[in-house]
Design a protein around this ligand. Structure first.
Ligand code: IMP
Length: 202
């Protein structure tokens, strides 16, 4: 199982670092799409986080001929019936994280019920056609204004009771320990461990 190489269906440096750290524990080396010499950008036309993660992982696997790993994530707000959900990255057609945060706060202006969750689905696609998926969630409440400088995306308005702060006010280690992606990745590590007991991948 050692020296196995996966392609990450993304060039996002933050995701690459997180995936490298966790999958290195299984002897898996993770390469970015750039390092693998591919530029796969499939249409993410799934209706769930899981479907979109599978679309991205399959496309990178087919382009590279190597096992590929992908994640699809976003924020789902109770009072907005789960929106923006899978449309989190393009919410309100806004061009930046700051604008998306403002747009979400505007849509929540007169709303007192502020429960929300981050969701991440991770998919691994193997050249033999096998696909593994996991899901991770992280629950919190929306603030009325952005607070904090760390993290990215909707972190400055995502308050977590256990920290007494937003995700933009905690360290990367604290965030990884509770985050949707951290949970989904650790679950994938468990699934891969089981998978490798029954399958030989070269
Ligand atoms: P993607 O999975 O990289 O396409 O991200 C989808 C959207 O969800 C982006 O707009 C991100 O800003 C947002 N998002 C995903 N994960 C997080 C997170 O951990 N914190 C804040 N925003 C996130």
């Amino acid at each position: 199982m050692s020296n196995l190489r996966f392609v990450l269906a993304s060039n996002n440096k933050g995701k690459l670092k997180e995936m490298r750290e966790i999958l290195a524990e299984l002897g898996i080396e993770v390469m970015s799409q750039k390092e693998a010499g591919i530029a796969s950008e499939p249409e993410e036309d799934g209706t769930t986080f899981e479907e979109n993660a599978i679309i991205k992982a399959r496309a990178a696997m087919e382009a590279s001929g190597l096992p590929a790993i992908a994640d699809d994530s976003g924020i789902a707000v109770d009072a907005l019936n789960g929106e923006p959900g899978i449309y989190s990255a393009r919410y309100g057609d806004c061009g930046s994280d700051e604008e998306r945060v403002e747009y979400l706060l505007k849509n929540m202006e007169n709303e007192e019920h502020r429960a929300a969750k981050f969701v991440s689905s991770i998919a691994v696609a193997f050249p033999n056609g096998d696909v593994l998926t996991t899901l991770g969630e992280c629950h919190g409440t929306l603030t009325y204004a952005p607070i904090g400088e760390n993290g990215f995306g909707y972190d400055p308005i995502f308050y977590m009771e256990q920290f007494g702060r937003t995700l933009a006010q905690v360290s990367a280690e604290e965030k990884n320990s509770v985050s949707h992606r951290g949970r989904a990745l650790r679950a994938m590590k468990e699934k891969l461990t089981e998978y490798f007991k029954e399958n030989t991948i070269c």
